[in-house]
Write a protein that binds this ligand. Structure first.
Ligand SMILES: [Zn+2]
Length: 345
């Protein structure tokens, strides 16, 4: 079968690789119906050291179960399923608490040698705990929005929860990529009154406004902080969704949170330390977040997608075949596309 392999920064190839097969009794094999390229895939795309073996890429997909191991109980061949970006056993203490990304058996697709979803098929470890069966056919019109449940919509929701978004609150979203845009949807869904999107790409800003953003801040650094304070009576916002992961974006996030406010971080940190220790300390600002347990959020978000109350699939503005995936990375990295969907068939 064909799969996407990254060999170093800017070096993405489509290759013929062995078909995946059931290895453990808890595995499933999933044929990929739709996958996509993530903003977090752009970090290795711009910085990965050259590798002889390469990394199979992709961690977001909807697919059809083709084969299952002897111990798999909750899915069967023919089921249409969404695959969260992390696999989890569904039985440990952390899975029971809804924190599947801290499962004692957790692994992340398309990372550390684990097979990725920008491919025709892949092996799903711990299928019972990981896969979520969808009540739709594989060519359903809602496929783009359902696909966001594998990562970006659940991640935006996680950022909003970590930032303690609630009815009547003021919110700022740092980052106008697909996760930030889904963060706008999540903030509105949770009842935020004011939603400030911080970004500078016209297409993304336009979509953020349609998703519910009330204010736009396109400045950066100190100017951005001053603008947000000006929009919030001088104090800053109650909740900040940090959807980038760079030092400057975290610094801005902390600087625009009002005293007693909260910052929900879902941008993968690109530095070791969290900046602004003193401002966050003196402001009594809660800093939370991490890899979103999107598996836990599907139950809550799926009805809103199925009944059309949210439409996060609009973040996809390009659909490509597997052979065009290298150019899809380039397009997202050049900010030519917001988020690229892959149809491998
Ligand atoms: Zn677990």
């Amino acid at each position: 079968m064909r799969a996407t392999v990254m060999y170093g920064a800017g070096d993405v190839r489509i290759e013929n690789v062995p078909d995946p097969s059931v290895i453990e009794r808890t595995d499933a094999i999933m044929r990929v119906v739709r996958a996509c390229i993530c903003g977090s895939d752009l970090w290795p795309y711009t910085s990965m050291a050259p590798s002889e073996t390469g990394q199979s890429m992709g961690h977001e997909a909807i697919g059809v179960v083709e084969d299952i191991g002897a111990d798999v109980r909750t899915v069967k061949p023919g089921d249409v399923v969404v695959m969260p970006f992390a696999f989890s056993d569904g039985t440990c203490e952390f899975c029971h608490k809804g924190l599947q990304t801290a499962c004692v058996h957790v692994g992340f697709f398309g990372n550390n040698g684990i097979n990725g979803a920008q491919a025709e098929a892949l092996r799903i470890p711990l299928a019972d705990g990981t896969l979520f069966r969808l009540p739709v056919g594989e060519e359903d019109a809602l496929m783009p929005s359902l696909l966001t449940l594998s990562d970006v919509m659940g991640t935006g929701h996680h950022a909003a929860l970590a930032a303690k978004v609630a009815p009547g609150k003021s919110v700022a979203v740092v980052g106008d990529g697909a996760v930030g845009l889904c963060g706008v949807i999540a903030a509105k869904r949770l009842g935020a009154e004011q939603i400030i999107i911080m970004g500078r790409h016209a297409d993304r800003i336009a979509l953020a406004k349609e998703f519910g953003a009330t204010d736009i801040v396109s400045e950066r650094g100190a100017e951005a902080v001053a603008r947000v304070k000006g929009l919030t009576g001088g104090y800053g916002v109650h909740s900040v969704l940090e959807c980038v992961g760079l030092d400057q974006s975290v610094e801005t996030a902390i600087a625009i949170a009002r005293p007693g406010g909260a910052v929900g971080r879902v941008g993968v940190p690109q530095h070791e330390a969290i900046p602004s220790a003193r401002p966050s300390f003196y402001g009594n600002i809660t800093i939370g977040g991490g890899p979103a347990p999107v598996r836990a959020y599907i139950d809550e978000l799926l009805p809103d997608v199925l009944e059309g109350r949210i439409d996060p699939g609009r973040v996809f503005d390009r659909v490509i075949g597997l052979d065009e995936v290298p150019d899809g990375y380039r397009a997202m990295n050049d900010r030519e596309a917001i988020k690229v969907m892959v149809n491998p068939s």
